[in-house]
Design a protein around this ligand. Structure first.
Ligand SMILES: C[S@@+](CC[C@H](N)C(=O)[O-])C[C@H]1O[C@@H](n2cnc3c(N)ncnc32)[C@H](O)[C@@H]1O
Length: 215
């Protein structure tokens, strides 16, 4: 059994977007697509851990530009092969914990379903690395899962650091123990307390959307 997050997503690349076909989540997903399109309209967006570009496709038509990064060549190949109607999207291989120098600062950052995979102790360093790539006053948006019994994969164990893990199985039969946290609203506010006193948190049945501006 592997617990390597990147290897897991590389192996899962071709089957990844199946997660977005769960019937009970369709209404929430449509709500998130619409919120993202509105909130990232006319922004120059840095997207980290973009995966196959599922969310990129939702907001790119409204954004001025999107620089979408992921560390996995496998998911980037799927993202790049999609039909991008405008030339405002570029994909690039980058580590979300060690972002490269870009030729400009961005007016917004976005990450979908990435916060939940960041060990709790790494969140402050990850966030400050991300914020360093943004203009003052930039908008930052994260979306991620709420834990929904019966729909979410059960938690297999919780580490002494408070990180939760799930056992996941891929089509090839391999099993992976994957870090997946389900922060409460107050966890999110606490993590951001030194950055902003008033993050905006939107809850749907299955997901949360966090939005704030950096000073
Ligand atoms: C849950 S997927 C989310 C993909 C996409 N954002 C979405 O919501 O559909 C997590 C992504 O993180 C990527 N990833 C894992 N470790 C990474 C790292 N250190 N830096 C950048 N991306 C990473 C994986 O390749 C995978 O595409």
């Amino acid at each position: 059994m592997s617990s390597d997050l990147l290897a897991y997503y590389q192996q899962r690349a071709a089957e990844y977007e199946r997660i977005y076909t769960k019937p009970e989540r369709q209404s929430d997903l449509a709500t998130l697509r619409s919120l993202l399109r509105d909130q990232l309209r006319n922004h120059r967006v840095l997207e980290v851990s973009c995966g196959t570009g599922y969310w990129t496709a939702a907001f790119a038509p409204a954004a001025l530009s999107v620089t979408a990064c992921d560390l996995s060549p496998e998911v980037l190949a799927i993202a790049r092969a999609k039909d991008w109607p405008s030339a405002n999207v570029e994909f690039s291989q980058a580590d979300s914990y060690d972002l490269p120098a870009f030729d400009r600062k961005f007016s917004a950052a976005f990450a979908g379903f990435w916060w939940s995979h960041v060990p709790r102790q790494r969140l402050p360093a990850f966030l400050s690395g991300l914020h360093a790539k943004l203009q003052p006053g930039a908008t930052v948006i994260f979306i991620d899962n709420r834990f929904v019994p019966g729909s979410s994969t059960p938690i297999s164990h919780t580490s002494p650091d408070g990180d939760a893990y799930q056992l996941r199985r891929l089509d090839d039969g391999s099993t992976h123990e994957i870090l997946k946290n389900f922060p409460s609203e107050s966890d999110l506010r606490h993590t951001l307390s030194t950055i902003t006193p008033s993050p905006e948190i939107t809850l749907t049945d299955y997901f949360w959307l966090l939005r704030y501006t950096i000073p």
